[in-house]
Design a binder for this molecule. Structure first.
Ligand SMILES: [Zn+2]
Ligand SMILES: [Zn+2]
Length: 351
């Protein structure tokens, strides 16, 4: 085992450095993973450029997959060196009331790879054995590195209890929006509408077979969806753009008794006009928040489900990966993404 490794280390807000750091040491119950692919999450860009991580210095990156290189465990596990794994980045305390009911995303005292403790923008990372999930042979490391967004999207959709034939609107056609649209189709949705303000993103959605794409700069998405659904409105809307505008649209685009899932990380304050507020009440809308994903065996480990659907190709991630970089380009990559110098969907560091 080498003593040093390369990593992209955040030393302060905006101060990312590609440098040599020690290979992390293994505590009992942990594995050392050789990272093979690590995706840049939409949340990583503000994390590196504006908000910072929980402490410094810290290695960001919470969407990654790799190969087990060492295991430190006295008790036998299902995992062995050489196994291909994806890693649930949330490390729950396993003691608080929420952990006791398996709601790890609600844990009062959790750790998080890539924001609170070192993440995957490095050659090696340590992670608890309990956070690993095996990756099927026919799923690439790059796809496996997207198990996190795929599971987060599945979780959002499962929150709503989507039903066969439901007309679903996805607001926001970023990587998660397109994964959401695919899950909606897998779950038997009727029509799936996708909205965005960037044509390139909508054209990716079209390539995935979603014909009902609306550029909200040109056409009012609420009017369009209401018209297209015979004046009724959608059965379900998932807000995946995280803007005050789409937040408010999500509440007007669904029919009476409809459902809204709020998923996008909202930046800015949201103002709800009186008419919209009234429509929530009078239309008896159901509004769900969604956060993270489920990693319990029962009723469903969403990570395993996501990987199964990748394995069968029912969930297709290939066209979402627009950029592949070497980790040594990390500083330029974050500049490019922050300044939106070119169109990108999922940006991936490959090792
Ligand atoms: Zn993410
Ligand atoms: Zn907890």
């Amino acid at each position: 085992m080498p003593e040093k490794m390369k990593a992209a280390v955040l030393h302060a807000v905006g101060d990312l450095r590609y440098e040599d750091v020690p290979v992390p040491e293994l505590n009992p119950g942990e594995t050392l993973i050789k990272v093979k692919a690590a995706g840049v999450c939409g949340s990583d860009v503000p994390r590196v450029k504006k908000k910072g991580t929980y402490s410094f210095p810290l290695i960001p990156g919470h969407e990654f997959a790799g190969e087990i290189s060492e295991i430190n465990s006295d008790i036998s596990t299902d995992f062995k060196a050489g196994d291909k794994v994806a890693v649930f980045p949330l490390i729950p305390c396993r003691k608080c009331p929420y952990c006791q009911i398996g709601e790890y995303a609600q844990c009062d005292n959790y750790d998080y790879l890539g924001s609170r403790t070192d993440g995957g923008f490095a050659e090696y990372i340590t992670a608890p054995i309990a956070n690993l999930v095996k990756v099927p042979d026919n799923v690439s490391f790059e796809w496996a590195a997207m198990t996190e967004p795929a599971s987060v999207a599945l979780h959002a959709l499962r929150r709503s209890g989507v039903d066969a034939g439901d007309n679903v609107v996805i607001l926001g056609a970023g990587p998660i929006g397109i994964i959401l649209a695919q899950w909606a189709r897998i779950c038997g949705a009727g029509r799936v509408f996708v909205t965005d303000i960037v044509d390139e993103k909508l054209s990716v959605a079209k390539d995935y077979g979603f014909k009902n794409c609306i550029n909200s700069r040109r056409n009012d998405p609420v009017e369009t969806v209401i018209k297209e659904t015979g004046g009724i409105g959608a059965d379900l809307c998932i807000e995946a753009a995280g803007t005050p505008v789409t937040f408010e649209q999500s509440l007007r685009i669904v029919r009476k008794l409809g459902k809204v899932v709020l998923m996008g990380n909202v930046s800015g304050n949201v103002t709800i006009p009186e008419k919209t507020a009234s429509a929530i009440l009078r239309g008896q809308l159901t509004i769900y928040g969604t956060w993270n994903s489920s990693f319990t065996a029962v009723p469903k480990n969403e990570w395993k489900t996501a990987l199964q659907f990748m394995s069968s190709k029912a969930l297709d991630l290939e066209n979402l990966i627009t950029h592949r970089f070497n980790l040594k380009q990390a500083v330029e990559v974050f500049d490019m993404m922050y300044k939106k110098q070119e169109f990108f969907n999922k940006v991936m560091f490959v090792f």
